[in-house]
Ligand binder design. Sequence first.
Ligand SMILES: C[S@@+](CC[C@H](N)C(=O)[O-])C[C@H]1O[C@@H](n2cnc3c(N)ncnc32)[C@H](O)[C@@H]1O
Length: 296
Amino acid sequence: MLLARRMLAHYRDLGSPARWRIVECGAHDGTLAADVLAAIESLDSQAFATLEYLITEPLVLLRDAQRRTLAGFGDRVVIAANLAAHAATPLPGVAFGNEVLDALPCHVVEPRGGVWKECLVDHDPRRGWFWTQGSAVCDRIAAMLPSPDAVPEGWRTEVRDDFAGFLAPLRQVLERPRMIWIDYGFSREEYHATARNEGTLRAYRDHRVVADPLQNPGDQDLTAHVDFTAVAEAAHTLGGRMDVCCSQGSWLTKLARPWLAAMEGNPDAAMLRQFQTLTHPAHLGRAFQVIELSWD
Ligand SMILES: C[S@@+](CC[C@H](N)C(=O)[O-])C[C@H]1O[C@@H](n2cnc3c(N)ncnc32)[C@H](O)[C@@H]1O
């Protein structure tokens, strides 16, 4: 509901255009999309009638699941493997993704002998990590890392150096976009703090952490936290700017003020419980960050 309200605010900032688009990246089984669509329909029937809800999802299994979940919204919803077919017909609107940036590929690096080395796997990940003897990747990403002498041997971290490649197709299908990315992550300074020596690359299978990310190749989700400084820099290289970067708790609390005030004296207990889980620092309020990017 609160995400839908944020999107509607942008739709109105755009002057309530005759047609507009929301692009959701990586919509999993479509549950969040269904919530956002239902909220927009209930809050603003005109905005709903003029909306195209475009999902970009690389996995065919998940595209099928999304089609099932969202069947009731008819041709309001378009589901595609990528955005190529829409680049020639941009519309004003919003792009967003929840826990998508952390699923994008990353480089794993360690300092060894005073230089950065990239940790790689070969075609059989069960053989474990090996280290490059000097690589173009390490030269390219050195500016995004502390000096290799400033961190202890064995310290490990991850770097994504192509957020611009991810954002550019979204920029192409949207006019005057606002982008909202919600994910686990830190500013660059916090990400590469010396005390955090293990990196954040993790594997999940059936919602449980698996100790070795190289186990079960293809059968477990790999994730690494997001360097939000890198996301802001990528937007900048594409002519955009960062408007907001804060904890999910602060972001939702600010959005919720009018809604909370309207509920005074007549609270909706279930909605308040959900709100608390999403905003409380001990639950998801601090671990998740939100970044908003915009283009004129
Ligand atoms: C952890 S799930 C996201 C959960 C979902 N957004 C939600 O709120 O429930 C990660 C999603 O990102 C998708 N994904 C991975 N790489 C992607 C990419 N390059 N573009 C779009 N989606 C991607 C995955 O297929 C999956 O649907």
